[in-house]
Design a binder for this molecule. Sequence first.
Ligand code: FAD
Length: 469
Amino acid sequence: MPRAKKKSTESPAVSSEVSKSSPPMKVEESKSGLVAVKTAPVPMVVSPPAQSQPMSSPSVPSPSIEYDAIVLGGGPSGSSTTIFLSKAGKKALLLDKQKFPRDKTCGDGISGRSVRMLTALGVYDDFKNVEHQDMYGVTFSSPNGTVAPVSSPKSKNESPPGFVCRREVFDNVLFQNAKRLATKTIEGFVGTDLIMDGSKVVGVKGMVEGKEQTFRAKVVVGADGAGGMTSRKLNAYHNDEDHLCAGIRCYYENVGGMIDQIELHFVKEALPGYFWIFPLPNGKANVGIGMVVSDMKKKKVNLQKVMFDIIANNPTFKDRFKDAKRTTEVKSWLLPFASKRVKMSGDGYVLVGDAASLIDPFTGEGIGNALTSGRAASTAIVEALNKNDVSAASLHKYEDLLMADIEKEVKDNYKLQKMVKGEFLLNLIVGRAKKSKYVQGVISNALINPDAHSTLSDPLFVFKALFAP
Ligand SMILES: Cc1cc2nc3c(=O)[nH]c(=O)nc-3n(C[C@H](O)[C@H](O)[C@H](O)COP(=O)(O)OP(=O)(O)OC[C@H]3O[C@@H](n4cnc5c(N)ncnc54)[C@H](O)[C@@H]3O)c2cc1C
């Protein structure tokens, strides 16, 4: 797309959280909150590899290479890739610009897909010992103020379908597992550039405590998040505002009326986005709002203003927030949706998680897909290393594996995102969800089983929802 291409060297950041050690993302924000995405030019230091020239011959690793893989970024995608690679006996170097535990702007919702992936990683039980809140369903509300709690069945023998856990806590559990298994981990390493050999990525350059360091490996994994250095250098960063969401979040305590369900509210003021309340232990909650950037710009929405307006004045929420206290500042960040496919592998590299634009276009959840991408990437990397061929053709297996897992769900949920833009339809579905056992069953099933999302996005569902008991 010409628009995306033209802007591919610009920053996507819309955040007040960018740390001093961030890559060159210039951030601007209005005094009253997030109003528009401002961008800043980023110098291209290396030429990206030619997208249509897969290497035909197997790569010959240089004898000085110490690692099978460098993983740049220790969030969910990077940590999961490191864990899977290390368990397969490969030497992984894990690098992150921050020191853990560190915060990450997020709703903190850990979905069913994430729970399944944490189990596959062998780390699920670790979360039982840290601060989190188990969740057994979703409460929806519609623009006309109908509130519909949809609960998931509770079973003593099965793990809850999802939970809420502050990212400072959640990411640290994953990161410490990855650190324990990795060959080497460096925190405080700010990746600044990729080392190229022609079209092939062969290493990473960066700064640690003011000194430049370079590392080489057979494969480089870009796990440095939305708008990170690797996606920019490898032409995978897109600025397509129809497939980017802006989100803000903060923490409150003492919010009234919370139960063991996450809350997604299609409030009139927040349309075509949604307002969320995700309960945490001890009466605390992660509260935020998200909207597709093109919609936000079209409607000239100031997300922060809208959120505070809902909390203070909306009849469904003002009483619930009357004794509540905001305990943190409001932070914002971008969510690159998986409805925009980017090139996520090439000669000597793969991109995972937000760096590969993998966030669910309806729910805004990215952790589950980030973990899933870590598994697909590590499987493909291990195979490529074992046959001594890390060419683009060989590593493309990653994209095939990942798409086989998530593509249908992404397509279904992109349809859903379009559907819920209509106020009439939202009022109808949420209204029926409040009364109809059939509608509750379909939604409840979709929370656990991603394949069931297609039922929700099927136009026939609306028809059935109207008449089902
Ligand atoms: C407002 C908001 C709400 C959200 N709510 C949810 C939710 O409730 N549930 C959900 O599942 N998802 C949610 N998401 C999406 C989710 O946060 C991301 O999809 C997820 O964090 C992706 O994981 P990742 O590992 O790819 O990237 P990240 O978690 O962003 O991790 C990237 C890592 O790379 C490091 N890094 C970055 N640049 C460099 C560099 N140059 N050198 C070295 N290290 C670097 C960073 O320090 C960081 O540790 C939300 C996102 C936003 C913005």
